[in-house]
Design a protein around this ligand. Structure first.
Ligand SMILES: [Zn+2]
Length: 182
């Protein structure tokens, strides 16, 4: 997640792809689009995403624990706050060993950790959550937790930010994960 022009929004943890508000993120294949000698020139995509033999598409993992690879345990030089989410995917969907790649996706539910990996409370968290509410899906502020704590909780089938009764209602629907990617 990054802040742009004072407004927080979702962006892929892998590519600089922003997740638009109010409409689906549509996947495009970026593979082999850059010419080796003229990398600034983009060729048109060779196929529609997701292709079975490529890695393109909007990615989601089926087990929240697999998100740990995308959530740094130490702070990098450029601190970007990570949020975790469940995602709706449709259109073309390719199933893989750890989840899915889809042609279209939209967030379904978001969990926002209160604490950075560096241990500091995130500044402007409420404003950030309000910006994320623009996606029109439930946004949970998770007090005292880092993104890594959140992943651990979700991996144990607990949904942070919900009361005990809501937790039990959720147990039938395991949360997936939000890995937008082109
Ligand atoms: Zn591709």
């Amino acid at each position: 997640m990054v802040a742009e022009a004072g407004c927080a929004g979702l962006v892929s943890p892998v590519y600089p792809t922003p997740w638009p508000i109010g409409r689906a993120l549509e996947a495009e294949c970026d593979a082999r689009r850059r010419e080796p000698l003229r990398p600034w020139k983009l060729r048109p995509p060779e196929h529609a995403a997701p292709a079975p033999t490529c890695s393109c598409g909007v990615h989601a993992v089926s087990l929240p624990g697999d998100l740990a690879a995308y959530v740094p345990s130490v702070a990098g030089r450029r601190i970007v706050h990570r949020v975790v989410g469940r995602v709706a995917m449709w259109g073309e969907v390719v199933e893989g060993p750890r989840g899915w790649r889809a042609s279209r996706a939209y967030p379904a539910e978001l969990w926002v950790p209160e604490v950075h990996v560096n241990g500091r409370r995130v500044a402007g968290l409420e404003a950030m959550a309000l910006d994320l509410a623009g996606y029109g899906v439930p946004v949970h502020l998770c007090a005292g937790m880092t993104a890594r704590d959140l992943v651990d909780e979700l991996a144990c089938d607990r949904a942070p930010g919900l009361d005990a009764a809501a937790q039990r209602r959720r147990l039938s629907s395991r949360p997936g994960a939000l890995i937008p990617r082109r």
